[in-house]
Design a binder for this molecule. Structure first.
Ligand SMILES: C[S@@+](CC[C@H](N)C(=O)[O-])C[C@H]1O[C@@H](n2cnc3c(N)ncnc32)[C@H](O)[C@@H]1O
Length: 283
């Protein structure tokens, strides 16, 4: 189905006109691909899509969900979790409270990974954990902590790489400590005491507004910025800077970077960006 640049522009304009959503600063390429898929999957033209969005708010919300890419997994990219574990252990062992925000948390696997890690470090009770996403459907899955049975095949090696790193086989912590499985009914379920811990909230990063009146020790926003253009990425990095406590940590995706003078607010070490103690850096 043919889509022109003007079509994408008209779609973004319609979103802005009839809703709070603004996709104008999403990466053009990835937005194009998602829109193309929506048109093919639903067998409609771009004009029908635009018309329906203008007429029906529920339809519009379903298109927002279809635009987002929600791929995630437990302990995704395990190599970042090991330096993260060491830094958390070093910095927060004597802390009263650790405030963590997972921005663009999708269906919650990253949030539960962090809670499992913190539990193994004996820091579970000190944590307040927030997961936010623009997509209500994935937040609903996150809230229940229930995933497909087949996913365990990906999750188990990641879990062992991070949680059983440096342990002899006989001392391995079993994943069943945190996740039960039911092959017959085709699901795995995060333990209820873990599911009860995080708060999941719908939040649009594009707005660069806070969802809570507090600063965070750790902000994790992995594999989200990649869907935005550079201007929006920089705006959100500045926003995160202001949302972090001094010396707070920012973790972005393996294929994502902070560019130009936006790096000045952070010291990078072991794949983690540490906020420098400088106030109002870009404001
Ligand atoms: C690829 S997933 C990344 C999930 C997880 N952080 C990870 O790395 O495994 C990207 C998530 O970003 C969310 N997202 C996209 N645009 C967003 C926005 N404007 N505000 C908040 N979340 C957004 C999507 O809904 C999706 O769940």
């Amino acid at each position: 189905m043919e889509i022109s640049q003007q079509d994408i522009f008209a779609l973004c304009q319609t979103f802005r006109k009839v809703s709070v959503y603004d996709f104008s600063d999403y990466s053009y390429k990835s937005l194009y691909r998602r829109v193309e898929k929506i048109l093919t999957d639903n067998n409609i033209t771009i004009q029908t899509l635009i018309d329906n969005i203008s007429k029906d708010y529920n339809y519009l919300e379903s298109v927002v969900n279809q635009i987002t890419v929600n791929t995630t997994e437990l302990f995704r990219d395990p190599e970042i979790w090991l330096p993260l574990r060491d830094n958390i252990q070093r910095r927060f062992s004597n802390s009263q409270m650790i405030d963590i925000w997972h921005a663009g948390c999708s269906s919650g696997q990253e949030v539960y990974s962090m809670l499992i890690l913190l539990n193994e470090l004996g820091l579970f009770d000190q944590v307040s954990s927030f997961g936010t996403d623009i997509n209500e459907e994935v937040l609903d899955v996150a809230q229940h902590g229930r995933y497909r049975y087949v996913d365990i095949n990906e999750y188990l090696p990641n879990f062992n790489t991070v949680i059983n790193h440096g342990r002899e086989k006989e001392e391995y912590i079993p994943i069943s400590k945190y996740i039960s499985s039911n092959q017959q009914r085709d699901y795995i379920q995060v333990a209820p005491w873990l599911v009860d811990k995080p708060v999941f909230i719908k939040h649009d990063l594009v707005s660069c507004t806070t969802f809570l009146d507090r600063k965070f020790d750790i902000i994790i926003c992995r594999n989200v910025l990649i869907y935005f253009n550079h201007d929006l990425q920089n705006k959100i990095i500045d926003f995160f800077y202001n949302c972090l406590k001094d010396n707070g940590m920012l973790i972005i995706g393996r294929q994502e970077s902070i560019y130009g003078n936006h790096t000045e607010g952070f010291e990078k070490s072991g794949g983690i960006y540490f906020k420098r103690n400088r106030r109002n850096l870009y404001f």
